[in-house]
Design a protein around this ligand. Structure first.
Ligand code: BDR
Ligand code: CA
Length: 316
């Protein structure tokens, strides 16, 4: 059975990504590694523990990752993140804290150990900045050839960014880390805004969760309604909220949900396009392409999988 690690800055769509993974019997979620972005790393792991408890899966271990990029000394949450995900990251919905603690093993070591244990069966799904995987690749470079795959949410190839014209939020937090991953040769699929802004959720779907009348259903509906409401302000013409992080999990479970372009990618690190994810012209003629970028998505099939899996999970 495929094993997944989710690396999350547990905000609203990260919590939906956890739900998708837990609702997928084809895969085993062997751990969650925490990163920073939508919230501080400490709040992100707190959310991951509380959400897995609420969804009836207290067996999922949570590991704390690095608190900021290797090029900065600290990290502060941007006001826009608090507006989109809430001050607490989960739509300002109040759920009980877990009485479990974060594991003592650091996230970077857990990632390396998991690759050594599961090899090609392991898919690592980062849906925040790429800081933890950069550190893991620096510490144990051989894991790039041993891991089954990396399916990341971040970047944009054919559409503008969501921070500015060039930068998508996850890449913006640590462009150097993303560039390191993109050039590492690890088998990586990029699920960027090209496809995640096509997979939209509305109040009609969250009502189905609310109507379940369960704690999990009410939580998921309240949290996601906060996120949809923020999208109504930030992207009034979109018609819903983007299912960014759950789509990455969806593709990790079933790669046929997207069509991809094989390409060697890089991240611009200098000048006004800093943070842009783009084809690496220096490796244009390299016959080996180590990355795939999702450029098309089967929207109805993904939305159906998303709703079926999460609704079944939230029934109890
Ligand atoms: C990404 O940024 C974060 O706000 C979301 O959780 C998602 O991972 C979308 O650009
Ligand atoms: Ca995220």
């Amino acid at each position: 059975m495929k094993k997944l690690i989710l690396d999350l800055d547990t905000g609203v769509d990260d919590a939906l990504a956890i739900s998708y993974a837990l609702g997928s019997p084809e895969v085993e979620l062997i751990g969650i590694t925490g990163t920073y972005g939508n919230v501080l790393v400490e709040q992100g792991v707190r959310n991951a523990l509380a959400v897995t408890d609420l969804l009836g899966h207290p067996e999922v271990k949570v590991y704390q990752g690095l608190p900021h990029s290797s090029t900065t000394d600290s990290f502060s949450v941007l006001p826009v993140s608090a507006f989109i995900h809430g001050e607490n990251g989960i739509g300002d919905v109040d759920i009980p804290d877990s009485n479990r603690s974060v594991e003592s093993e650091p996230a970077v070591d857990f990632i390396i150990d998991a690759v050594k244990t599961y090899g090609k069966d392991l898919i690592y799904v980062p849906t925040g900045p790429m800081t933890n995987i950069q550190a893991a690749l620096k510490k144990a470079p051989e894991i790039k050839d041993e891991i089954g795959g990396i399916v990341l949410m971040g970047g944009a190839l054919t559409v503008p960014g969501n921070c500015n014209a060039c930068m998508e939020a996850n890449i913006s937090q640590d462009p150097e880390a993303a560039d390191y991953l993109f050039r590492s040769g690890a088998p990586t699929t990029m699920i960027g805004l090209d496809v995640t802004l096509q997979t939209l959720l509305t109040y009609k779907e969250t009502k189905r969760w609310r109507d379940l009348g369960t704690k999990a259903g009410t939580f998921l509906a309240d949290m996601t309604d906060f996120y949809i409401k923020a999208y109504e302000t930030t992207s009034p013409n979109l018609g819903g909220c983007g299912l960014h992080d759950p789509l990455a999990v969806g593709v990790a479970v079933d790669p046929t949900l997207v069509t991809t372009l094989p390409i060697n990618m890089k991240v611009d690190l200098e000048g006004p396009t800093r943070g842009r994810t783009i084809g690496d012209v220096d490796r244009l003629n390299d016959p080996v392409k180590t990355m795939k970028v999702a450029v098309g998505v089967d929207v109805p099939r993904f939305l159906d999988e998303f709703m079926t899996r999460i609704t079944n999970l939230a029934k109890n």
